[in-house]
Write a protein that binds this ligand. Structure first.
Ligand code: 5GP
Ligand code: MN
Ligand code: MN
Length: 332
């Protein structure tokens, strides 16, 4: 499959690369590494796209300015490579237009991947999409420079929670070792990603910690980040990234949920708002199944979904999940 994909890319004049909206380090790292590699491979026009603004902590990545937020004339592309997306709709508003591109390559590691596209490079055992991209680049026989190495390293570092989450595999360490040999400076990446928070972000952490509620049985925690909290601290939605880990760390908690209020759509009222819910597990609950039940997806240990609801109703719905966690969601 890798050879077929490389052949398809080498024969394309115009390639679109895209990853999921509200990108994390893997979505951005995989996008950049693939983009730089395709240029080295000698593809014609290579366009990098993400619907959302790139979070400040990832703006140090080489070539990040090449990622476009707007696209015109999608008809001109021969091939689209979709990275770190369990389903095509994760790229956001251009998903339907992408469907008309003649060749779609699906590169991903989510267990809930819908196997969309004409070429699939889906490995649910990969620690990050950046791991799969690394293997693809190896197959292209091009040298990994420091820019590509930094992108791949950042993807693996962030998706494994700094080598702590259950997706941390041998490849995570061996690829990152190779990336360090290619010039990555781990302390510099860590300083950018984890050591440059704005004061507002720290204040948001304070409000978010204060919002934590625990189910009666102590097995489920809910953290809430509202638009008001962002306004009060002068922060952006990206500043809530990673906050859920505090709710997950609590003793006896099997599942943590972060309810993130989204920008109000046209139908938003006081009792009906749009929310994104992030779910994290301690390893005993498969949260991808829970997220799928709400039309979302993800991994066993980290998943998410979006829905419209009142905040109170949404909290009730999530708390009801803690009544012995549905049997199909138990991992052990
Ligand atoms: P988070 O909710 O913390 O942003 O994401 C956790 C994991 O679940 C990520 O791997 C993310 O790509 C995936 N995820 C989050 N929301 C959705 C969703 O609505 N649909 C699908 N398929 N995956 C999601
Ligand atoms: Mn991702
Ligand atoms: Mn990922």
């Amino acid at each position: 499959m890798m050879k077929k994909i490389i052949q398809q890319l080498a024969n394309s004049d115009r390639v679109l690369l895209a990853s999921h909206s509200n990108p994390d380090g893997d979505a951005i790292g995989a996008l950049l590494a693939t983009g730089i590699a395709l240029e080295k491979l000698g593809c014609g026009e290579v366009v990098l796209y993400n619907e959302s603004a790139i979070p400040a902590v990832y703006r140090f990545l080489p070539s990040v300015a090449r990622i476009q937020k707007h696209l015109s004339d999608l008809n001109r592309f021969d091939t689209a490579v979709i990275l770190d997306c369990g389903d095509l709709s994760r790229v956001g508003s251009i998903a339907e237009a992408i469907r008309t591109i003649p060749a779609i390559v699906n590169i991903d590691h989510h267990i809930t991947n819908t196997r969309f596209g004409h070429f699939q490079l889906v490995d649910v055992d990969a620690c990050a999409t950046a791991e799969i991209v690394y293997r693809l680049i190896q197959c292209m026989d091009i040298e990994i420079d420091t820019a590509m190495a930094t992108a791949i390293y950042t993807g693996i570092l962030t998706d494994t929670g700094s080598f702590r989450f259950s997706n941390t595999n041998q490849a995570a360490f061996s690829i990152c070792e190779t990336m360090v040999a290619a010039g990555v400076k781990p302390s510099q990446v860590a300083q950018h990603v984890y050591g440059t928070y704005s004061l507002g972000r720290i204040k948001l952490l304070n409000l978010a910690l204060d919002s934590i509620e625990i189910s009666n049985n102590g097995q489920l925690s809910i953290m809430t980040v509202t638009r008001e909290m962002l306004a009060d601290t002068g922060t952006q939605p990206e500043d809530a990234d990673g906050l859920i880990n505090y709710a997950r760390r609590i003793q006896d908690v099997k599942m943590a949920a972060l309810i993130h209020e989204l920008e109000g759509g046209s139908g938003a009222t006081d009792d009906r708002k749009r929310f994104h819910v992030s779910l994290r597990s301690d390893g005993s609950v498969d949260v991808s199944r829970i997220a799928m039940g709400f039309g979302g997806g993800g991994h066993a240990g980290a998943a998410g979904f979006s829905m419209e609801s009142s905040l109170l109703e949404l909290k009730r719905t999530i708390f009801s999940l803690s009544d012995g966690f549905c049997e199909t969601c138990q991992l052990n």
